[in-house]
Design a protein around this ligand. Structure first.
Ligand code: OOG
Ligand code: NI
Length: 271
């Protein structure tokens, strides 16, 4: 795929999908399993990761989505991982939710903060691009800096290495026609030889919180750093979500922090 700039929401979402499948071949293999069953895959949400510094914070990343009609709907906090997150919805339900998390940098050591500040300082006006969330790594980072960040936060290191691209897309299980629920979907994933994130059990959540989620473990990819050293780093994972109706009959549309906490670990290095 040529890295052309895009300035429409469908164009941006397409570009994000293409980035996503190009970095992680596993995803396209799984997607094709659905397609071969005759499924039309609908996305529940797309997740992005970032740091909370003004130039690249969640609110900054959300700008092209807000400009395209998305509205902020929910806020989440992750104490142990030192993250905040927000989710956004579009009035046209054909568009996926967008989930953006950000690292609370002030809660980390001065060394980690200095590395992140050095990365973000290189962003300058690039963050105003409509397709910033699909531009990859907007900074130079060494393998040493990556390893240093890894000591304190797998998330911080992931963002440093990958920059801006979707962390994952999520299949909206309710819309599948040949797979009735998440239990059976997980079986299909396993039968096809893919590894699920089993932390706290393959299925996170339950009908009582109106959301069940599972995800693959991210495959590793070779990433060349700006000191010319190549390391194997976790790339992206694929998520599956089944939503349940609230008392008012409408499907629950938010996220469940306790489940999300475990889903974040789908990019952890030690499986
Ligand atoms: C996000 C993890 C949380 C969800 O759907 O609850 C999440 C991430 O790994 O960046 O995606
Ligand atoms: Ni997700």
């Amino acid at each position: 795929m040529a890295k052309e700039t895009v300035n429409t929401l469908p164009g941006l979402l397409d570009k994000m999908w293409n980035d996503y499948i190009s970095i992680n071949p596993q995803v396209l293999d799984i997607y094709n399993v659905f397609v071969e069953r005759g499924e039309k895959v609908i996305n529940d949400h797309i997740a992005l990761r970032t740091y909370d510094l003004a130039e690249v914070c969640a609110d900054q990343l959300a700008k092209p989505f807000i400009a395209s009609g998305y509205v902020e709907k929910g806020q989440y906090h992750f104490e142990e991982k030192k993250l905040n997150a927000k989710h956004y919805e579009h009035p046209d339900e054909n568009y996926p939710r967008i989930f953006i998390s950000e690292l609370i940098t002030s809660e980390f050591s001065s060394e980690t903060q200095a590395i992140i500040k050095k990365l973000v300082e290189q962003v300058d006006e690039k963050n105003e691009r409509f397709d910033f969330t699909s531009m990859g790594r907007p900074w130079k980072v060494t393998s040493e800096e990556y390893n240093k960040l890894l000591e304190e936060s797998e998330y911080a290191a992931w963002v440093a290495a990958h920059g801006y691209k979707p962390n994952h897309f999520t299949v909206f299980v309710n819309h599948l026609e040949t797979i009735p629920n998440l239990v059976e979907l997980n079986e299909v994933i396993r039968e096809n030889g893919f590894l699920l994130n089993e932390r706290g059990g393959a299925i996170k959540g339950s009908p009582s919180v109106y959301l069940e989620q599972s995800s693959t473990m991210a495959g590793k990819v070779e990433m060349k750093f700006d000191d010319e050293i190549t390391l194997k780093v976790p790339a992206c994972y694929y998520e599956f979500a089944q939503r349940y109706p609230l008392e008012n009959g409408r499907l629950f549309s938010g996220f469940v922090a306790k489940s999300a906490d475990k889903i974040f670990e789908s990019t952890n290095i030690n499986k």
